[in-house]
Design a binder for this molecule. Sequence first.
Ligand code: GZL
Length: 327
Amino acid sequence: MLKKLSAALAAGLLASVLAACGGGGEDTASGGEAGSGKIVLGFSQVGSESGWRAANTKSVKDSAATAGIDLKFSDAQQKQENQIASIRSYIQQKVDVIAFSPVVVTGWDAVLKEAQAAKIPVILTDRAVDSDASLYATFIGSDFVKEGEEVGKWALEEFKSATGPVNIVQLEGTVGSAPAIDRKKGFEATIASNPNLKVIASQSGDFTRAKGKEVMQALLQANPKIDLLFAHNDDMGLGAIEAIKAAGLKPGTDIKIATIDAVKDGMTALAANEINFIAECSPLLGEQLMELTKKAAAGEPLEKRIVTKETTFTPQQAAEVLSTRQY
Ligand code: GZL
C-alpha cells in the first residue's frame, strides 16, 4: 500500500513540475491556488516588444486582479514555439480558460485541437489566426485593415495636391503577424486611388524601436527622396525619427510620418509635430477579456468576433488628450 501511495505521489509531483515548465517567460500566478473556487485563466502573451504590448500586459493583469480571476501569465518573447509550449502547460494544469495573442497567423491548428479535446475554451485576443473558427471561442481585437485604411485616407488627403510622385517607405510589423499583413493591405488598397502615391520600399521592423531605427537608416541611404513614412506601430516610427534626425532631416516636416497605436510616446511625438497622424489601436482589452473568460468558463456561447472601438489623432487632437491618456 505504502509503495503504491508513494508512486502516485511521485507521478503527481512529476506532472506538476512538467506542467509548470511551459516555454518562454516564467508563468506567474496572480490569484489563489488551484481549487480555490476562482476561475483559472492561462494567458500566453506575445512578448514585450513595444509600448503597446506593455500596456496590453498591464491591462490583462490589472483586470484579472480586479475580476478575481486566477491569472497564469507567460511571455513568449515573440516566439511561437514558446506560446505553444505555454498553452500545452495550461492544458496539463487543467485551467478553466486559455487566452493568447498569437504572434503569427499560421501554425495553431494542432494546439487548438488539443485544447478543444481537453474541453478548455480558447479566447484569441489582439491578433487573429488562420485556424478554423470552430477551434476557438471568440476573437477580441482591432480591425487592422481599417487601421491601415485610416492611414491611407489621411495620406490621400495630405498629398492630394501633389503634382509629381510621392515616395512612400513602409516599416511593416512582425513578419506573418495579423497586424502587419492587414495594415499593409488596408493602406496600400486605399492609396491605390492616387497613382502619385508610390510605396518605393517596404520592410519589417518587427514592431520594435531599435529595428525601426536600423531599417530606416538603411532606407534613408538607399532612397534620396522620401516624402512619407508609414510605420505599422508608434515604436518603429519613434526609432525611425531617431534615424531621420541623425540624417540631418526634420521628422514631420522633411519626411511626413504616420503610425498606428497611439501610445504615450507616440502621442507625445504627434503633439510635437514629429509625427503627423496616428490611428489608434487600443491595448486596453483586459476588462472585456475577463468578462469573456467568465462567460466561457460558465459555458455560455460567445459571439465569434468582437472588434475594439478606436479613433484617429492629428497633432492638435493629441495635444488636447495627452494628459488624460491611460497608456
Ligand atoms: C496590435 C498589436 C501590435 C501593436 C504593436 O494589436 O498586435 O503589436 O500595434 C505590438 O505595437 O507590438
